[in-house]
Design a protein around this ligand. Structure first.
Ligand SMILES: Nc1ncnc2c1ncn2[C@@H]1O[C@H](COP(=O)(O)OP(=O)(O)O)[C@@H](O)[C@H]1O
Ligand SMILES: [Mg+2]
Length: 245
């Protein structure tokens, strides 16, 4: 479903280049829930943003489905991105729009008819359990509810992939568990492939089939998470993350 082949990202830092992500290859299967874990600054967000070309790779290939995204022109990329939803730690909702209007937004951009837009947006709010909050504004919603509106918005264009950058890091433990249940449900019921970045082992353990451990811009280890027993980490970074949990 998702194939990164030797992708790398360098940023200009004065006269030099800073390598935020070193050449990395990752394969994520259709319907898989894949975690990316690491301490702050490890390169997790940059790697995630390479998947939908929010960051343009300085090397390598980005494949989603049958498409090589890094070769698409702007119009084709916009089209391809409708199949890749994304949510963020700080929700990134439009504050002066109702929950329903936030979910309508990507559908208007996609050029759907107004009647179809409203119907689809309500359906998406229903999927995340917020049908009764459609007319509320973000300020009237709790953190967990705001993130669910963001998920509904991300699902509006029927993506095959959902990218999640620290989606629970602004939420309390109870709300975190609720939100993870929503994501699990979306994966199981809709078959959406999920890639989730977190610094928390308990979050990726609760949700993911596999996890990539990042440190210093590199994936230092990939671990399966479906068995009851946590696998023995080989990398120093994974050991420290496991201890911190
Ligand atoms: N747009 C940017 N310009 C310059 N440096 C960046 C940019 N984005 C990220 N970086 C740097 O790349 C490294 C990895 O960042 P990031 O991917 O955000 O890490 P993480 O999400 O794991 O905390 C950090 O050192 C960060 O400062
Ligand atoms: Mg980050």
């Amino acid at each position: 479903m998702i194939r990164l082949e030797g992708v790398a990202k360098s940023f200009a830092a004065g006269q030099r280049l800073f390598e935020a992500v070193a050449p990395t290859s990752l394969h994520i299967g259709q319907g898989e829930v894949f975690g990316i874990i690491g301490f702050s600054g490890a390169g997790k967000s940059t790697l995630l943003r390479l998947i939908n070309l929010l960051e343009r790779p300085t090397a390598g290939e980005v494949w989603v489905g049958q498409q090589r995204l890094d070769l698409l022109d702007a119009a084709a990329l916009r089209q391809a991105r409708r199949r890749i939803g994304m949510i963020f730690q700080q929700f990134n909702l439009l504050h002066n729009r109702s929950a329903l209007d936030n979910v309508c937004f990507p559908l208007r951009i996609a050029g759907l008819k107004e009647a179809a837009i409203a119907a689809r947006a309500r359906q998406c709010l229903d999927i995340v359990g917020l049908a009764d909050k459609a007319e509320q504004y973000p300020a009237q919603l709790s953190g967990g509810q705001k993130q669910r509106v963001a998920i509904a918005r991300a699902l509006a264009t029927e993506p095959k992939v959902l990218l999640c950058d620290e989606p629970t890091s602004a939420l309390d433990p109870h709300t975190t568990r609720e939100l993870l249940a929503v994501l699990r449900d979306i994966n199981r019921r809709l078959g959406v492939t999920i890639v989730i970045v977190s610094h928390s082992l308990s979050v990726v353990r609760a949700l993911c089939d596999r996890v990539a451990v990042m440190e210093g811009g590199r994936v230092v280890e990939e671990l399966p998470l479906r068995q009851a027993q946590l696998p023995e980490p080989r990398s120093d970074a994974a050991r420290r993350l496991f201890e911190a949990a």
